[in-house]
Design a protein around this ligand. Sequence first.
Ligand SMILES: [Zn+2]
Length: 128
Amino acid sequence: MHEMSLAHGMMQQVLALLREHGAERVTDVTVLLGPFSGVVAESFAFGFEVLKKSETCFQDATLHLELPDPHYRCLECGVETSLPLTRSATFLDPDCETSTSSRCPVCASTRLSPLGGAELILQQVRME
Ligand SMILES: [Zn+2]
């Protein structure tokens, strides 16, 4: 599972921070998952739950996922817009440009091109 290795990589980052700060345990981890990252949030959270059992300092850690709405640029009129997508549709088909039925709020074109949103960012870590 792709998300399992992503969760593992993220936890390695957190562990490095933990050592850097001389802290003993992690209480909260906030991760931003871009709508076009291709990462299934549920699977990522599951991977985290499984992996945290093997790391003492993660035992009480809570994962917070931020899932921002996707942003698009209209290919007809150039306006940039943020449109909520149904999450499951996004995840099932990462090629959102063709799967979205959303329309430009200005000219009603369906030719919307995704802007960014492919990121997986470790945003905040709380430790003790
Ligand atoms: Zn438009």
